[in-house]
Design a protein around this ligand. Structure first.
Ligand SMILES: Cc1ncc(COP(=O)(O)O)c(C=O)c1O
Length: 403
């Protein structure tokens, strides 16, 4: 476990004087090791939205020896196709026709990435199939598609046999413009199942549904069945539940590798928190004086501190007893907190928070600060959507081409 008091001293010593998103490399590696036996290298698909930092993804792709990524956002897709020309990219949600159209208008083939083989669009119903086929014809391309299956999350995709047969029939009509590459059934609902169902039972039920869907495709549309079907599913909340008996041949995982606070689930207890927000203290004041309630100040047994920045979707973590106030409004600029009188933190020390999620929070900081054994070892830029839009031909400057 990371010593946050020691890390505060190290960040100060290394001249950091602003808030940062910190990732501990050792904890990150430990978490990857926990995932790998279940998602052997060729089965691991890294979820880009949950790890929105290209160098971090490079590091994980290298350590896990995988080239598979799941992408959710057009600018990130364009950036990923450019940065990782050997990657296998799969969409984690269906995109609007206009976004698919924009991909083919703005994608630059010079990187060596071949969308026909290396990019899999997600189709959730027959209408989506027809709309993608129209676009494929219009652009003179062939597209690879993955069918979204509803295995209990009810967030979209084929919900029953009839819906799946409709998708298959629509696909049958548009061969060869669309080629079926496989399936995606996300089962996060099972990882957070209520107590009266239980996680294990919920995962079993989702797996059973998945198998039934696969059986149906083999029976009803054997001609469409891919030679090497991509059978994707899982996610951080169920990554420990998919073992040899799972129908999946790849697991899409992101968040648990850095384990933000919303992933403190019993089944993920072997994973270590690997990310924090660190913010310097800019002020410490004895007692707590609230505007209009100054008369209550003598009653306080806590001290006031102000952080550089604030209002993050994050939980106070260190020092012990660090608390926001319900009476003093939150601030993005300098947030009010209180600490116990005996708390040792002083101005210029860092205080730490555990982000609830990694996906948007990491991007708020522009850079990820990588630490190892209590020292800053690297600073990596985050994915910047607008910069990526610019670099892919939406009118920005070419100099923004670093993604
Ligand atoms: C389709 C899909 N697969 C997998 C994931 C898992 O991502 P994570 O491991 O970051 O929870 C998500 C997360 O939203 C998802 O939407």
């Amino acid at each position: 476990m990371v010593d946050l008091a020691g890390l505060s001293t190290a960040l100060r010593r290394q001249g950091m004087g602003w808030p940062g998103f910190i990732i501990d490399k050792t904890a990150l590696s430990v978490n990857l090791e926990r995932v790998l036996p279940r998602a052997r290298a060729e089965r691991l698909r890294l979820v880009l939205k949950s790890l929105p930092c290209p160098s971090l993804v490079d590091h994980l792709m290298h350590q896990a020896d995988t080239t598979k990524l799941m992408v959710f956002h057009l600018p990130n897709l364009l950036a990923a196709a450019r940065r990782w020309p050997n990657a296998d990219l799969m969409l984690g949600k269906p995109l609007p026709a206009a976004a698919v159209d924009a991909f083919y208008r703005h994608f630059r083939a010079d990187s060596g990435f071949d969308p026909t083989r290396q990019l899999h669009w997600l189709v959730d119903d027959a209408a989506r199939v027809r709309s993608l086929a129209e676009l494929a014809k219009a652009h003179g391309v062939r597209m690879s598609v993955v069918i979204e299956l509803d295995v209990g999350m009810h967030r979209g995709g084929a919900t029953d046999a009839k819906a799946l047969i409709d998708v298959l029939a629509a696909l049958g009509h548009v061969v060869p413009f669309l080629r079926l590459a496989g399936f995606m059934g996300y089962d996060a609902q099972a990882g957070r199942a209520p107590f009266w169902v239980g996680r294990k039972r919920a995962v079993k039920a989702a797996n059973r549904r998945y198998r039934e869907f696969l059986g149906l495709v083999q029976r009803e549309a054997p001609a469409l069945w891919p030679q090497q079907p991509l059978i994707n599913g899982s996610g951080s909340p169920t990554c420990t539940d998919h073992d040899e008996g799972s129908p999946l041949n790849e697991l899409a995982i992101g968040s648990v590798l850095v384990k933000p606070a919303e992933f403190d689930l019993p089944q993920l207890s072997a994973f270590q928190p690997a990310c924090w927000i660190a913010a310097p203290l800019i002020k410490r004041m004895a007692g707590v004086r609230l505007p209009f309630l100054e008369a209550l100040a003598p009653l306080s047994w806590r001290d006031t501190v102000f952080a550089y920045g604030g209002r993050w979707a994050a939980r106070p973590e260190w020092p012990q007893g660090l608390r926001p106030s319900r009476l003093y409004g939150p601030s993005f600029n300098q947030q009010f907190f209180t600490v116990p009188r005996q708390s040792p933190v002083q101005v210029d020390d860092f205080i730490f928070f555990r982000p609830l999620q990694s996906e948007q929070l990491m991007r708020q900081f522009g850079m990820v600060t990588m630490v190892e054994q209590g020292q800053i070892v690297e600073r990596w830029p985050v994915l910047d959507s607008f910069q990526n839009l610019a670099l892919s031909g939406w009118g920005g400057s070419e100099s923004a081409a670093e993604c």
